[in-house]
Design a protein around this ligand. Structure first.
Ligand code: C2O
Ligand code: CU
Length: 460
């Protein structure tokens, strides 16, 4: 996959070639850094990845010390296709141990990066992650220890896996949504105050691909495919682009057979959405992408809307109208077996402290579940707490069977790995546990996971 390098070499083959091989395009602030593929094999994406401290400007008076993969926040974009082998030579140059979890990717448990399967990689240590990509979709990677701090400080990156039939669009953009809480001196605030403990750390600075007040330039009339991931610790993004319908093609690991149009789209921490929008407006005008208030409990619904970024309509000519993706192959429905694993989520006051529990216990005291290899098993999630929790399962996709006992509509059938379980509600999901190992499940509000809302499923 040495495409860029190859192109540069061809252009510069003549000795008369002294200037740069191509005129550099105007810098795109939302561009994610590409990786250098070390393998000449087109079926292998091989890269060096280093977690290290670096500086980044968020527009504050002084630059912020952040933690990065390969020096950038977000880390590099890994672009691959279904069937590719990914080989990551990872080096930890942070002052503390870390691991990498490949969120949403179905892989051997030993490559999953959770502490159930892997020892922490010490400062100066290395580890080789290698796995084959089974599914198309947008996935992401992040540490799986002290993740509330390590992700907050900037350790996250995206893997985009292309399938055989990708929907056509004029432009496709990956939007990594985050927020950051900066102290007055420009440092990333690590303080865990009561609100952060309860809701997850939320920052006032909203970021798209690491950029505050970002502008995404699009031609009027163009069909944009937006690949959205929420990497924030605790913030839910409830997206609205005024005057526009968002067509939701899919989420996490799959597409909806019948995509539908929505005015707002809720993206909780850890989730991904595949969205299309036809951008309309006069050249030169700007449309804000708004984060609308959403009530996820504890009186969070009254927050004022916030602007996340702006779509800036360019003066490029209107492209010939591409049709919006309207249908995808049906997702194969998993049979709903009888019985299931019972997971009760709750928040409990222990002295002055709130702890987040599963079946009354805080991780690591939550007894693991045992599931037979190859078994299709349901999980009955009962959220008794006063707030929503984005439930994430490692290693497998699941399908939502019902909410509060009501079967979900057939057109909601899709493979997911992270789902919002609303406050005081129940949800039944079903997954096929076809890979052996110890797998984590947890709330993806990272402060909740770290404060106990986490468990293991042992498949053997
Ligand atoms: Cu994205 Cu266990 O997490
Ligand atoms: Cu939670």
């Amino acid at each position: 996959m040495h495409a860029t390098l190859a192109a540069a070499l061809t252009v510069c083959a003549l000795s008369s070639c002294v200037s740069s091989p191509s005129t550099p395009a105007p810098a795109d602030p939302l561009a994610l850094r590409a990786v250098e593929d070390l393998s000449p094999d087109p079926g292998v994406l091989e890269l060096d990845l280093e977690a290290r401290e670096t500086e980044k400007s968020y527009g504050a008076a002084s630059p912020t010390r952040v933690w990065s993969y390969n020096g950038s926040v977000p880390g590099p974009l890994l672009d691959a296709k279904v069937g590719d082998r990914v080989v990551v030579h990872f080096k930890n140059s942070l002052p503390e141990p870390t691991t990498i979890h490949w969120h949403g990717i179905r892989l051997p448990a030993a490559m999953d990066g959770s502490l159930a399967m892997q020892d922490p990689i010490p400062p100066g240590g290395t580890f080789e992650y290698a796995f084959t990509l089974k599914d198309a979709g947008l996935f992401w990677f992040h540490p799986h220890m002290r993740s509330d701090i390590q992700v907050q400080k900037g350790l996250y990156g995206v893997i985009r896996v292309r399938g055989a039939d990708e929907p056509a669009a004029d432009v496709e953009r990956v939007l990594v949504l985050d927020d950051i809480r900066l102290a007055a001196d420009g440092t990333v605030s690590e303080t865990l105050d009561d609100t952060s403990k309860m809701m997850g750390r939320e920052g006032k600075t909203l970021l798209v691909n690491g950029v505050p007040n970002a502008r995404l330039s699009l031609a009027p009339g163009s069909l944009a495919r937006l690949r959205i991931v929420n990497v924030a610790n605790g913030r839910f993004f409830n997206l609205r682009l005024p005057g526009h319908k968002l067509r939701v093609l899919g989420t996490d690991g799959g597409h909806f057979a019948k995509p539908r149009d929505v005015d707002t789209l809720l993206v909780s921490p850890g989730e991904r959405y595949d969205v299309m929008v036809r951008v309309e407006g006069a050249a030169g005008s700007e449309i804000p992408l708004v984060n609308e208030a959403y009530d996820r409990g504890h009186e969070s619904g009254g927050a004022a809307p916030m602007e996340i970024m702006r779509v800036a309509l360019s003066s490029e000519a209107r492209p010939a109208e591409l049709p919006m993706a309207a249908a995808f192959p049906e997702t194969a429905r998993l049979a709903d077996p009888s019985g299931g694993l019972a997971v009760t989520l709750d928040e409990i006051l222990r002295g002055e402290d709130v702890i987040f529990t599963i079946n009354g216990k805080a991780f690591p005291d939550v007894p693991p579940f045992a599931v037979k290899l190859g078994e299709t098993k349901a999980i009955d999630i009962d959220n008794k707490s006063e707030m929503d929790h984005p439930f994430h399962l490692h290693g497998f996709f699941f399908q939502v069977v019902s909410r509060d006992g009501v079967a979900v509509a057939p057109d909601e059938l899709v493979d997911k790995d992270t789902v919002v379980v609303r406050a005081k509600s129940k949800m039944r999901i079903v997954a096929r546990f076809d890979e052996a190992g110890k797998w984590m499940y947890h709330c993806h509000i990272l402060e909740h996971g770290e404060a106990g809302m986490m468990g293991e499923i042992h498949v053997e």
